[in-house]
Design a protein around this ligand. Structure first.
Ligand SMILES: Cc1ncc(COP(=O)(O)O)c(C=O)c1O
Length: 396
């Protein structure tokens, strides 16, 4: 076995099962292994590397800020955080933002905000607030977030789990209306379910959910950790249906592919439930993360990454749909967020990923049947052609 893989396997917990490739360098859409082999990255660290690997503008901001001031905690103000939060609020149409680091932390923040809002604004009886979630969701791996997961493996052995969640089928707006009670604080939903295998709800779903939530005084919270920031062809996936959620969770690409940066954004009345000491994070909102986060948003707009995702995603989806491989069960997606579902009787998605790797293309299976294709949004049409021809070779 490769010595580097052996060492990681020997000393690391076995909570991942990486493909057997050791990456040492990245630039744009490409990454390189120890032996100098080049691969196309069609996974982008689960959509975190939308700007491409080591984007020069982001690397510059990171290194300049690292040499000036990096971490001071939120015990003090810095000259970086306000500008980042302002830009994020303006772009997303939200009033206020609370910075965290990982996506899971920002979702936890959303849950805390929704519960406190339910008690202090809506008037739900103490300890009774309920949050509705969807089956097949993925919101993170903390003990609370696995409590609202429907995936047995994520939950098994980690109880006792956190109460206060109710699950309904994804894509079914009527189920949402039926599940709401006077104790319902919020509906937490991904506009497209990413980890479930790039699952798109019926058209108009999110819009119906918004009107149901408004009618019943329930907060609509969209987890756009994966779908946000251009991935699906609009700045936010909510924008496809002109939905403005009461709470919005961003992460992954917000760190420009360099750092963990996440935000919970919300309207004034939701965010004002937090008072000093209610919530926080030593690292959340640090000047290094704020500087990189702001530049990540600026690059996203200036390089028109959402528009590129819409145009090139449609192009890629069309090319993939013309492959006509017996191994393909279905292909679906929006923007550069595409799921290639493999016929389980013919091959596993993991086998396909290994074969793709051997031909110079990296991706990762989600569950056992779907190969995810979510390249950096800076990918070019020629590079998409290159990727599709590798995929075509593997699937024939
Ligand atoms: C929709 C969604 N929410 C939350 C998370 C958790 O983010 P993190 O891994 O940064 O905690 C993910 C990660 O895949 C995600 O896809």
């Amino acid at each position: 076995m490769n010595a580097v893989i052996e060492m990681e396997t020997r000393y690391g917990a076995q909570n991942y099962q990486p493909l057997p490739v050791v990456l040492i360098r990245g630039r744009g859409v490409y990454v390189w292994d120890q032996n100098g082999n080049r691969y196309m990255d069609m996974m982008s660290a689960y959509s975190s590397v939308s700007h491409g690997h080591c984007h020069p503008r982001l690397v510059n901001v990171l290194t300049e800020q690292a040499q000036r001031l990096a971490i001071v905690s939120r015990a003090f103000y810095t000259d970086r955080l306000g500008a980042f939060l302002k830009r994020a609020c303006e772009l997303t149409g939200q009033d206020r933002a609370l910075p965290m680091n990982t996506g899971a932390e920002a979702v936890e923040t959303a849950i805390k905000a929704a519960r406190k809002w339910a008690y202090t604004v809506k008037g739900v009886a103490p300890e009774r607030a309920e949050i509705i979630v969807c089956r097949g969701n993925f919101h993170g791996r903390t003990t609370t977030l696995i409590s609202l997961s429907s995936e047995p493996q994520y939950r098994y052995g980690f109880g006792p789990l956190t109460p206060g969640f109710k699950a309904i089928d994804y894509g079914d707006a009527e189920a949402l209306e039926n599940a709401i009670t006077p104790a319902t604080a919020a509906f937490l939903v991904e506009p497209i379910q990413g980890e479930a295998g790039i699952v798109l709800p019926p058209a108009g779903y999110l819009r119906s959910c918004q009107s149901i939530c408004r009618k019943h005084q329930v907060l609509l919270i969209c987890d756009e950790v994966q779908t946000g920031l251009g991935r699906t062809g609009k700045l936010l996936a909510c924008n496809h249906e002109n939905v403005r959620p009461d709470g919005l969770v961003l992460g992954k690409a917000l760190g420009g592919g360099l750092l963990p940066v996440s935000l919970f954004l919300a309207s004034h009345d939701v965010m004002s439930v937090f008072t000093p000491g209610d919530h926080g994070s030593t690292f959340g909102g640090n000047p290094l993360a704020a500087a990189v986060g702001l530049e990540a948003l600026n690059v996203l707009i200036e390089e028109r990454l959402a528009e590129r995702s819409a145009e090139l995603g449609a192009y890629m989806l069309g090319r993939l749909q013309r492959l006509e491989s017996p191994l393909i069960k279905s292909i679906r997606g929006k923007g550069l967020f595409i799921g290639l579902e493999i016929h389980p009787a013919k091959a596993s998605a993991r086998e396909i990923c290994v074969r793709l790797m051997e031909k110079g293309l990296l991706s990762k299976e989600t569950h056992t049947t779907v190969v995810r294709l979510a390249p950096p949004l800076v990918i070019t049409r020629d590079q998409i052609d290159e990727a599709v021809s590798i995929i075509g070779e593997v699937l024939h």
